[in-house]
Write a protein that binds this ligand. Structure first.
Ligand code: GDP
Length: 364
């Protein structure tokens, strides 16, 4: 998975081999490699352009520090290493979400309405999400309101049975089912209510109206768009349409265990403003994870060793500067302009490599 992207970033790094500095010319050569691989991985063209522009802007604003202390050894940091780290940070910024993936109601049950095309993995993800939060100690109710696909209600009941979560359904319209399920949840003191809604093979107005009606009637605190990562560009176009009508707040990306090229994962937040919150990585209910942008960026780049090295390197710079600042402060010379905490991308996934797996290309 992500082979195309990984190859592109590696080629870009190779283009900078042996160079100590990033300049206008060599950065263009490296960016060309990245551009090709992003397009090949089905990343939205607008996203490709803005990604490359941001990387270029950051890269040209930085001076490459050639040598850093890494533990007891000195390591050389090349222009290629620097470039990889800049790309990593940009990827993280474009995918990261802050804080709890679920917005909780202050009082009473919290609703999550799951929307998306038929076959995207909606019903499966309802079960997965229910399992995740039930394990977290929440009292969860599943509401089966996909009356479009005949097997969906039965499928959800089977999933609910497997994870021991009740499933609410009744012979009625989807809006009525959701309303009644919501009432039940309030009456019986549930913490979380997950509404499985109908999908279609393509976006259509009747589907959107039905979803809007459900949204209006139960006013769920969360609407998650479920999308199949393997669909690429089409997935992003669908996401835009769903977002225009329903203003969903988060994305559940499924089938990341398949051979997705990564385009949708990289594009969806830039296009809709809604980040990926959870990922499906298999068919069974346990194959579900909270999305970690830092881990995804490292996988896309395929160069955890370099990123780990650069993070260490930044730490060294920060520490040195912090010591200097502390000394100045003690000497009464500190002014606000001397403060230089280097900004880091927000990420909820820690460092992805350990020093034992890191292998700096050159040790000085
Ligand atoms: P819905 O029509 O959107 O409700 O889609 P379903 O939940 O029925 O899922 C469609 C198919 O995708 C089923 O065969 C699921 O087992 C499969 N599926 C869902 N999520 C994943 C996933 O994360 N990985 C894999 N490999 N298959 C998945």
């Amino acid at each position: 998975m992500f082979d195309t992207l990984t190859k592109g970033f590696r080629n870009a790094k190779n283009r900078l081999a042996g160079l100590a500095e990033l300049d206008d010319k060599n950065i263009e050569t490296a960016l060309r490699e990245v551009r090709l691989s992003l397009l090949e991985a089905d990343v939205d063209l607008g996203v490709v352009k803005s990604f490359l522009a941001s990387v270029k802007q950051t890269a040209l604003g930085q001076t490459v520090q050639v040598v850093a202390k890494h533990g007891d050894t000195k390591v050389k940091v090349t222009a290629g290493d620097q470039f990889v780290k800049i790309c990593h940070d940009e990827l993280v910024t474009r995918m990261a979400h802050e804080g709890d993936p679920i917005q909780w109601e202050d009082k009473g049950p919290t609703g999550i309405m799951m929307v998306g095309l038929q076959g995207s993995g909606k019903t499966t993800s309802c079960g997965k999400l229910a399992r995740l939060y039930q394990k977290d100690g929440k009292k969860v109710l599943l509401v089966a309101a996909d009356m479009q696909r005949p097997a969906a209600v039965e499928q959800l009941k089977i999933l609910g049975g497997q994870i021991d979560v009740p499933v609410f359904n009744m012979p009625a319209t989807p809006v009525e089912i959701c309303q009644r399920g919501w009432e039940e949840a309030k009456k019986l003191g549930y913490d979380l209510v997950i509404f499985d809604t109908a999908g279609r093979l393509a976006v259509d107005d009747v589907l959107m109206q039905e979803l809007e009606a459900i949204k209006g009637s139960v006013q769920p605190k969360n609407i998650f768009f479920v999308v199949d990562a393997m669909i690429g560009q089409d997935a992003v176009r669908t996401a835009r349409t769903f977002h225009d009508r329903l203003a969903f707040g988060g994305v559940v990306m499924t089938k990341l265990d398949g051979d997705a090229r990564g385009g949708a994962a990289l594009s969806v937040k830039t296009i809709t403003g809604a980040p990926v919150l959870f990922v499906g990585v298999g068919e069974t209910t346990d194959k579900f994870e909270e999305f970690r942008a830092d881990g995804m960026a490292t996988r896309v780049l395929g160069m955890g060793d370099v990123v780990g090295l650069m993070k260490d390197f930044e730490g060294v710079i920060d520490q040195k500067k912090a010591e200097e600042d502390a000394l100045r402060m003690l000497q009464g010379e500190f002014t606000s302009t001397t403060s230089s905490a280097r900004s880091r991308p927000s990420s909820r996934w820690g460092r992805s490599t350990t020093s034992s797996t890191r292998c700096p290309a050159s040790a000085a």
